[in-house]
Design a protein around this ligand. Structure first.
Ligand SMILES: NC(=O)c1ccc[n+]([C@@H]2O[C@H](COP(=O)([O-])OP(=O)(O)OC[C@H]3O[C@@H](n4cnc5c(N)ncnc54)[C@H](OP(=O)(O)O)[C@@H]3O)[C@@H](O)[C@H]2O)c1
Length: 317
C-alpha cells in the first residue's frame, strides 16, 4: 500500500479515478479540495481542504506520498502557478511518481488550446535535465467517451456538453468527411488503468496513451443512427476556415446554453474550433501504450456508451 494524493480530483475528470482507487482500497487515497471537504465524501478516500499553496505547506502535506495525480486545467490555474508549486513541493517531499494535469491527447501538438499546458511540461523536463529528481508521466485517453453520452453521462459528477456530437438532437459537426482517427476512452476505464499504473513496474513516460476505442466521428454518427433509428444532421467544416477562426456551422456546440454573443465569439468558438482542428489533425489519435502494458483490461466501446446514454435519455422522457 502506498499513499496517493489526488489534487483537484473531485472535479470532472479526476472523480472516477478517486472513486476507483477508494473502492479498491489497495492504497491510501488523499483527495485535496479547496472547498469544504464535507462536499466530497467518497468511500475509501480521505478528503482534506487545501487552500494554502505555499511551498512549505505543500511540502508538509506531501510528506509520505508516493504518487501525486493532478487534475486542474490551466484555465482555472492562471500561469499554471498552483500546479508548478505542487510539482516543486513533490520534488522536495521526495514523491516517487507524478502525473501532471494532461488527461487528453498528444502533447506539443501545435494546437492552440493545449499551448497553455506546455509550461508545466517545460518545468518537469527542466527539473530532470541534469539528474532525475522525480518520475513523471502523462496519461492520454484521447477524448473522454463520456461526452458522447451528453446529456446523460454515466456519472452525475462528469459534467458534459455536446462535444461536436449531440445524441439528443441528432446532430454533429465534422471536419471535412469526419474520417480522421480519434480515440475515445470512458473515464471509468481511465480509472482502471491509473489504479494499476500506480505500482506498475514500468516507468511512467511522456507517451501514456490509453485507447478505449479508436474510431472516427463518421463512425460514431453511424453507430448512433443505428442505435437511435434517427438520421443525424451533419455540418461539415473546412479546416482552413477553422485556422482563420471561422466556425461556419448553423449549430455551434457550446459548454453552456444561452451564452452572450461576445462569449460565444471570444470563448466558445476558439475553444470548439480547437477541438475540431485538433481531432482533424490527429491530436486525439494516441498510441495504445497502457493497453500493451495491461493487456487484460477490457474497454467500454462507443456502441456500449451510446446505448447506455440512449436508454437513460428514453427513461427521462
Ligand atoms: N480528454 C478529455 O476529453 C478531457 C475533458 C475534460 C478535461 N480534460 C483534461 O483533464 C484535466 C482536468 O480537467 P477538469 O475539467 O476535471 O478540471 P477542472 O474542472 O478545471 O478542475 C478540477 C478540479 O481542480 C480543482 N482546481 C481547479 N483550479 C484549481 C487551482 N487553481 N488550484 C487548485 N485546485 C484547482 C477544483 O477542485 P476544488 O474546487 O475541489 O478544489 C476543480 O474541481 C485537464 O487537464 C483537462 O484539460 C480532458
Amino acid at each position: 500500500m502506498v499513499r496517493v494524493t489526488i489534487v483537484g480530483g473531485a472535479g470532472r475528470v479526476g472523480r472516477s479515478i478517486v472513486e476507483e482507487l477508494g473502492k479498491q482500497g489497495k492504497h491510501e487515497v488523499i483527495l485535496w479540495t479547496r472547498r469544504d471537504p464535507s462536499e466530497h465524501q467518497i468511500p475509501g478516500v480521505k478528503t482534506i481542504q487545501v487552500t494554502d499553496y505555499s511551498h512549505s505547506n505543500l511540502v508538509k502535506l506531501l510528506q509520505g506520498t508516493h504518487t501525486v495525480l493532478a487534475f486542474f486545467n490551466p484555465m482555472s490555474d492562471p500561469g499554471s502557478r498552483n500546479q508548478i508549486a505542487l510539482i516543486d513541493a513533490a520534488v522536495a517531499a521526495r514523491v516517487t511518481r507524478f502525473a501532471p494535469s494532461e488527461w487528453a491527447g498528444k502533447v506539443r501538438s501545435g494546437i492552440k488550446m493545449y499551448d497553455m499546458k506546455e509550461p508545466v511540461l517545460d518545468h518537469l523536463e527542466k527539473l530532470n535535465r541534469e539528474k532525475k529528481v522525480i518520475e513523471w508521466g502523462i496519461f492520454q485517453p484521447g477524448l473522454l467517451m463520456d461526452y458522447l453520452a451528453h446529456p446523460c453521462p454515466p456519472s452525475k459528477h462528469f459534467d458534459t456538453f455536446p462535444l461536436l456530437f449531440d445524441l439528443e438532437n441528432a446532430r454533429a459537426v465534422v471536419v471535412e468527411d469526419g474520417t480522421a482517427p480519434v480515440v475515445f476512452t470512458a473515464s471509468t476505464d481511465v480509472a482502471k488503468v491509473v489504479a494499476r499504473a500506480i505500482d506498475h513496474p514500468e516507468p511512467w513516460t511522456l507517451d501514456g496513451g490509453i485507447v478505449g476505442e479508436r474510431t472516427s466521428y463518421k463512425e460514431v454518427i453511424e453507430t448512433a443512427e443505428r442505435i437511435t433509428g434517427r438520421e443525424f444532421t451533419v455540418y461539415r467544416l473546412n479546416p482552413d476556415d477553422l485556422e482563420r477562426g471561422e466556425f461556419k456551422s448553423p449549430w455551434i456546440p457550446s459548454y453552456a446554453p444561452n451564452l452572450p454573443p461576445e462569449t460565444m465569439r471570444d470563448v466558445v468558438v476558439p475553444f470548439i474550433s480547437g477541438w475540431a482542428l485538433g481531432i482533424y489533425k490527429g491530436v486525439a489519435d494516441v498510441d495504445p501504450v497502457w493497453n500493451k502494458r495491461l493487456p487484460d483490461i477490457r474497454y467500454e466501446t462507443v456502441d456500449e456508451m451510446l446505448r447506455g446514454a440512449w436508454e437513460r435519455l428514453q427513461a427521462r422522457k
